[in-house]
Write a protein that binds this ligand. Structure first.
Ligand code: GDP
Length: 317
């Protein structure tokens, strides 16, 4: 694909898995051809600071600042503030490094002055040297709530980080989603998109909130919607996606992900090569199955998968 490609893509992303494919797409597409819409249902307030974990993971990854080991936070972090906070008795279940903290301090400062999240994100992206457009799904607060067998309803980070995803999931709720407007730029990006790429993010808690925002705002999906499976060989690469499927009574598999989105959302679905045997079952759902290497530990695999995805889009549009 040459940089003068006429195709325009929108990618939907959560944190770690979404950020990887977004980075691959950003390697091969010029800035005007890619908009990344990021989940903000995981956003929360901690130590009085507004934290947007998925936005930060996507931005740090695109900027080459991400910590390659953890998948969250920045590389080469120091922990001075965290250690002092610990000493002072502050809650330490959510780890915040010094560099990362600067992001949350600045975001919080600007939000308190009334600046919208999308505007702040745009400015931070420019300062980090990110040339592609990164949009929060909404400037309005949306809170993912996990209903668990053991504790009842838990705010997402309480479930995800504090309880280490251990409680058994019963269902999810996205508080505020009905009232949340898509962030400025979302509607326009979708209107001009030739294809929508659903990155390999957690379907339940990363992608569903974004799709719900689009649906509530009556934003039509492009004719081509291609998802990449976050489940490989029945397991999540990272995080609780497979565990969530199981606890909701669904055998976790790439096929289950395709079924979850369904043919009303997807035109195509990319399975990992180790799941190639599931392709006929995906086709039988009325969704075109494709097979690729979908594990993306480094920039090289991200670029390769992005190229494969782009070739599929070219075939489908
Ligand atoms: P979170 O908000 O940080 O949990 O991030 P996401 O929702 O974006 O990503 C979590 C999902 O990404 C998990 O279901 C993982 O299985 C998936 N994932 C992570 N790395 C990869 C990868 O290299 N390839 C694929 N196909 N999926 C991945």
């Amino acid at each position: 694909m040459t940089p003068d490609t006429p195709l325009k893509l929108v990618a939907l992303a959560g944190g770690v898995g979404g950020a990887k494919l977004a980075e691959g797409l950003a390697q091969i597409l010029p800035p005007h051809a890619l908009t990344i819409i990021v989940n903000t249902g995981d956003d929360f307030v901690h130590w009085g600071l507004n934290i947007s974990p998925d936005l930060d993971t996507v931005c740090y990854t695109l900027a080459g600042l991400a910590n390659p080991v953890t998948g969250w936070g920045q590389a080469d972090e120091t922990w001075n503030v965290f250690q002092q906070m610990e000493r002072l008795g502050a809650p330490t279940w959510f780890r915040l490094g010094d560099k990362d903290l600067a992001t949350h301090l600045e975001r919080t400062r600007r939000l308190r002055e009334g600046e919208p999240l999308s505007h702040i994100t745009h400015d931070l992206c420019m300062r980090w040297g990110i040339r592609h457009t990164v949009l929060p799904m909404s400037d309005d607060p949306v809170a993912t709530i996990v209903d668990t067998v053991e504790f009842g309803e838990l705010p997402f980070q309480e479930y995800f980080v504090h309880q280490r995803c251990e409680p058994t999931v019963r269902r999810f709720r996205f508080a505020g989603i009905e009232q949340a407007q898509p962030a400025p730029g979302v509607r326009e990006a979708m209107a001009h998109a030739d294809a929508l790429i659903v990155c390999p993010s957690n379907p339940w808690v990363s992608i569903d909130p974004i799709l719900k925002i689009l649906q509530t705002a009556a934003i039509h999906l492009p004719n081509v919607v291609l998802a990449v499976s976050p489940i490989i060989g029945g397991r999540a690469v990272k995080g609780p996606a497979a565990k969530m499927f199981r606890e909701l009574g669904i055998e976790p598999s790439a096929l289950a992900v395709a079924e979850h989105y369904g043919k009303r959302t997807l035109t195509g679905f990319v399975l990992d090569s180790i799941d190639a045997n599931l392709a006929p079952a995906v086709d039988a759902l009325g969704i075109q199955a494709f097979v690729a290497q979908t594990l993306m530990p480094t920039s090289k695999e991200r670029r390769k998968l992005a190229q494969d995805v782009l070739h599929l889009v070219e075939k489908l549009v």
